[in-house]
Write a protein that binds this ligand. Sequence first.
Ligand code: NAP
Length: 493
Amino acid sequence: MSTDAQSVAARLNSAGFIRSQGFIGGKWTDAYDGKTIEVTNPATGEVITNVSCMGGRETNDAIASAQDAFVSWSKQTAAERSKCLRKWYDLIMAHKEELGQLMTLEQGKPLKEAIGEVSYGASFVEFYAEEAKRIYGDIIPATLPDRRLFVLKQPVGVVGAITPWNFPLAMITRKVAPALACGCTVVIKPSELTPLTALAAAELSIQAGIPPGAVNVVMGNASDIGEALLASPQVRKITFTGSTAVGKKLMAGAASTVKKVSLELGGNAPCIIFDDADLDVALKGTLATKFRNSGQTCVCANRILVQEGIYDKFANAFSNAVSSMKVGDGFGEGVVQGPLINDAAVHKVESFLQDAISKGAKVLIGGKRHSLGMTFFEPTVITDVKSEMLLSREEVFGPIAPLLKFKTEEEAIRMANDTNAGLAAYIFTSSIKRSWRVSEALEYGLVGVNEGLISTEVAPFGGVKQSGLGREGSKYGMDEYLEIKYICLGNMS
Ligand code: NAP
């Protein structure tokens, strides 16, 4: 471990921020068979700690705890639940440095970005602390004089929340905060690659007064945990963020008990730069959306479509900007690109690049593993990319910026929509008319116009087509954890 990472880990450990057990019914719990898995720092390959490797039995106990807690948590007033969530928010923010450091240790993203994710993750807790008090029902005008018709909104029950490694905190709070606000309880399964941030957040939830059993964390054998969550009739909702392939499996598995399902899956974001774009705005926005988290986000620009009139100018300016990005350990001064999460991620990036080069694409800068070794990869710009290449068809999930040329607005829209994914899209143009026309034509759940960073707790986040079902964040995010009950009062005259 580098000196910095080593001393950070020691400090976090002695302050109690590094937890290695699962969290069931408010108790820190080992795997029942004593098995553990290593959590490593992707920047150094060193083991940070060994955490419990859990499976079906621990998950069933976590579900039972969540079910017990649901009985009382769902009966608390909205104001009481709100207070606990607000306290949880305050605690997360009070410890944003430590949580950010923990995230950089296990995930690799630069410290500034990690601390930014802590604030972003916390913003969902704050927002839903407020929304808890706004779960309104309805009174429907009756169709008969002696009747009264009401609509109640009630919590769905126990929620299974399965989350990925690329946003170790925000993908959890985006689900758990609205679930708790509605009166649901949760069993969280974080990625085995980044469980430490989740465990630290769970500890803070208890300190905030969220009752034992309302928040449980199990990690380890993903398919066993997934199967237990899917098989249990007590789990009434599965909320998942991760790959489209696993999302499809979970959706199919949820059918046997007819659970509510929401899915935040992979993207293949087009970033369209029109001739009339402000070049500086387009450069800044494209850099931000492409290289955040070393290209490992579902909303990262995956295909950069540039109109022919501005193509060469943009390619040069973009390559210059990319060449000045500092790659390194996330604790390093001025570092903006950390390592990729593991070797499999690097192999994927290399195979996509190889496929593109063999079909005629040209690397402008980067294109290979970084001299730092490990899983560091050079920020790369590649030109002459075509629609049939893997780089255009699938999410590369790495720091590769493929440039594709187009002639007309119609062609750009056709290219942008030519994918099964439909999460985020970006356009850069100075024309207001065009920005409306193209935004409406794009088959995506989110559109950024002249802006590369668009996620916020107050707006709905989610995809169309095979990028998912449902929305997270905003007032719409509450609906995912509520059932609608119609009550008819008869004989009222
Ligand atoms: P992943 O492989 O699908 O894993 C996501 C989560 O599912 C992890 O906790 C994983 O556990 C778990 N999992 C894997 N197989 C499972 C199974 N059979 N049953 C139950 N759980 C299972 O995805 P990832 O590689 O971590 O994340 C990257 C993907 O997430 C990308 O495609 C990205 O676009 C997508 N993503 C989408 C959004 C969005 O909001 N739409 C946001 C962020 C990321 P283990 O890690 O422990 O194996």
